[in-house]
Design a protein around this ligand. Structure first.
Ligand SMILES: [Zn+2]
Length: 231
């Protein structure tokens, strides 16, 4: 099921009290239109009934796509610094929903699900795009790390991140953006060979992959936030 709940909030523009339908969970198998909305950057866009200003709710929902083998806990971008404790909660939630503590029928579904945790809209959209194009999300994160080493003027700063936004036969299109506002700061066109080069050297990259995959937050930003997870 896809679940929405009415949420009372102040319009960020005029302060009027508005009631919006906030999403709590998305079932993309039954509601493929919601997946399309996420990919179109239009999901949870709201318009204030008083001043007609458009604004977007921050994500805070669980996403299931059994057909494509994806389960994602999509959280607001501002929560990212707390990723370690959120990873633990998300792992527990998955275990009781589709993992080792779930009923047998749910476990059968869960066996084919990749469990991920994302912060902000660009991150959850990126995970859908990666699966759409048959890419490996850990390799995409390793590619970003490789880019940081090569780009002399990477606009890396707190709250600024590198996200994949489109994929063609020859190129991976990435942008630098502010997580909260989604404002784009610059773009990077990455030749697909760079991705393939990392994918082919799995052994050399294995230690980095292990760090990225030590919890459901598979994102290169975890490698430079705080002390990380104890081995
Ligand atoms: Zn308003």
């Amino acid at each position: 099921m896809s679940l929405f709940q009415p949420l009372n909030m102040a319009c960020p523009a005029c302060g009027a009290l508005v009631t919006v339908d906030a999403v709590g969970s998305v079932n993309a198998d039954r509601r493929p239109d919601l997946r399309d909305d996420i990919l179109a950057n239009a999901f949870q866009d709201m318009t204030c009934t008083a001043c007609k200003t458009s604004f977007r709710l921050q994500p805070n929902f669980n996403y299931l796509d059994a057909g494509r083998g994806q389960w994602i806990a999509s959280m607001p971008g501002s929560r990212m610094p707390h990723y370690l404790e959120i990873e633990d909660k998300v792992t527990e939630l998955f275990d009781t929903s589709y993992g080792k503590d779930a009923p047998p029928a749910a476990q059968t579904v869960g066996r084919d699900l990749a469990v991920r945790l994302t912060f902000g809209w660009p991150a959850v959209r990126e995970k859908l795009l990666i699966r759409e194009h048959g890419l490996d999300d850990a390799v995409v994160e390793m590619l970003k790390l490789d880019l940081l080493r090569r780009l002399p003027k990477a606009p890396l700063a707190p709250g600024v991140e590198l996200r994949l936004i489109d994929v063609s036969d020859t190129t991976l299109m990435m942008v630098w953006l502010e997580t909260a506002s989604e404002d784009v700061k610059g773009d990077v066109q990455v030749p697909r060979e760079m991705y393939e080069g990392i994918a082919e050297h799995a052994e050399a990259w294995a230690p980095i992959r292990a760090e990225l995959e030590n919890g459901p937050f598979v994102d290169m930003q975890k490698l430079y936030m705080g002390e990380g997870r104890a081995a």
